[in-house]
Design a protein around this ligand. Structure first.
Ligand SMILES: Cc1cc2nc3c(=O)[nH]c(=O)nc-3n(C[C@H](O)[C@H](O)[C@H](O)COP(=O)(O)O)c2cc1C
Length: 334
């Protein structure tokens, strides 16, 4: 009997691993379907996420000094619908909801200061209503962007003061077009490699793309960098290698380790004064396939993020990207 058990054991595990994999992915699928914004817009969190998605697009539009009249009008139309929701209005003390109304007011003011008529999609009455909802929180000083000089931006990169360092990092989307030397990039990666990983497996890889045509094609697939690609001459692609994960429980570990590495990489880039902006790779299989036709990334590796890098201009803008207050996301469990 013992002998049969020993012979059958590999077959048992062969079957069990496959069954467990499907069962776990199926459970993930069901839970994702039940809660993700893509299928539901019912809860406060869904509504807040929808609001952030749309208002952040306006912030990004505000980065351009020669602003276009009526930019991102479809976002404004979305936001009117989102902002009339009474749940959001009742939760105006939440930072992301407040700043949503603030960015909307700013959008109106930027247009009225230039005497641009946008009443076909954003009326004075709507603007006044948003100001009223903001009440005492409204300030005409509010700005959806930060203006920096290069000198001021890098004044706090002394890593020994982590608090100042972390607050000083920002995503930069506007580069001079000059390339970062490979030696500096090697130092960046060496520093980023201090990231912790599960059992120290260190499954992250960083690929450098420097061919402009390829960069443009990759960012076109990426889709979230439209309007900022002109001076992107170097692109990093962060991947995490599935070959390092050995249990069904680890089926999502590459996102965790990849995410931790990404954060360390962003800090390392900032430390070496390499301007950068992570570019989302929340994509489908067909997009990974399209990438593989442009650059040779092994199939075993999951793309975690693309990161356009460069040197920032002497003066530049970043989005405000207001952060939550800690009461919103620090909760004591009973
Ligand atoms: C994983 C990830 C993906 C992102 N994707 C994009 C993107 O596609 N396009 C973009 O302009 N910014 C992108 N960002 C930048 C965020 O908008 C930015 O990090 C956020 O607004 C906070 O601002 P800060 O980085 O300046 O502090 C991404 C950030 C992360 C972490």
């Amino acid at each position: 009997m013992e002998k049969i058990k020993i012979i059958l054991r590999p077959y048992y595990y062969w079957l069990k691993h496959r069954y467990d994999l499907y069962r776990n992915f199926y459970t993930d699928l069901k839970i994702f379907k039940k809660y993700a914004l893509v299928f539901n817009v019912n809860s406060l969190h869904h509504k807040e996420a929808d609001l952030i998605l749309n208002y952040h697009s306006l912030e990004k539009g505000m980065l351009f000094k020669d602003m276009k009249k009526g930019f991102a009008a479809y976002r404004i139309i979305n936001l009117h619908k989102i902002l009339e929701d009474s749940t959001l209005q009742r939760n105006i003390t939440r930072s992301q909801i407040r700043v949503g109304y603030e960015v909307m007011c700013k959008y109106y003011e930027l247009h009225s200061n230039k005497n641009w008529d946008i009443s076909d999609f954003y009326t004075l009455e709507q603007y006044k209503a948003y100001k009223k909802i903001l009440g005492a929180s409204y300030s005409c000083e509010f700005s959806g962007v930060y203006d920096f000089t290069r000198e001021a931006f890098y004044a706090n990169i002394n890593f020994s003061n982590f608090e100042r360092f972390a607050y000083s990092r920002k995503s930069i989307r506007d580069f001079t077009g000059e390339k970062i030397e490979e030696d500096i990039l090697r130092k960046v990666i060496q520093l980023a490699n201090t990231a912790p990983s599960v059992c120290n497996r260190q499954a992250s890889n960083v690929y450098l793309v420097e061919e402009k045509k390829k960069i443009d094609s990759l960012l076109e697939i990426q889709g979230g960098f439209v309007g900022y690609t002109e001076h992107v001459e170097q692109l990093l692609i962060l991947t995490n290698n599935r070959e390092y994960y050995y249990t069904i429980g680890e089926r999502n570990q590459f996102y965790i380790d990849g995410g931790i590495y990404l954060m360390n990489l962003l800090y390392a880039l900032h430390f070496y004064k390499v301007a950068n902006c992570p570019a989302n790779w929340g994509k489908e299989a067909k997009d990974d396939k399209a990438v593989s036709q442009i650059v040779a990334i092994p199939e075993s590796e999951k793309i975690i993020c693309m990161i356009p890098i460069g040197i920032c201009k002497d003066e530049f803008r970043t989005t405000l990207s207001l952060r939550r207050d800690s009461w919103e996301n620090f909760k004591k469990l009973k």
